[in-house]
Design a protein around this ligand. Structure first.
Ligand SMILES: [Zn+2]
Length: 71
C-alpha cells in the first residue's frame, strides 16, 4: 500500500485564530484541550485560496478562520 501525505500551510494569523478558538472551547470534559485532539479541521482548496475551518467536537460550533486578506 502506498501512503500519501497531505500538507496544508497556514499563516500566523490563521494559527492565532485557531489558538483563540481552542482557548474559547476548553470544555470541562476535555482531557487536554490544547492538543487539538477534540477539534476537527477542514481545509478546502479553491482556485483562489484555501478555506480553513475549525470545529469543536464537544459543542459542534464551527468557525471559519480563513485569512481572506491574503487572497
Ligand atoms: Zn466548544
Amino acid at each position: 500500500m502506498t501512503e500519501h501525505e497531505y500538507k496544508f500551510k497556514i499563516n500566523a494569523k490563521v494559527h492565532q485564530e485557531i489558538l483563540d478558538f481552542i482557548k474559547a472551547h476548553k470544555h470541562p470534559r476535555m482531557d487536554s484541550p490544547v492538543d487539538g485532539k477534540s477539534f476537527k479541521y477542514s481545509f478546502t482548496h479553491t482556485s483562489i485560496g484555501t478555506v480553513v475551518e475549525i470545529q469543536c467536537c464537544m459543542c459542534r460550533k464551527k468557525k471559519d478562520v480563513t485569512d481572506y486578506d491574503c487572497w
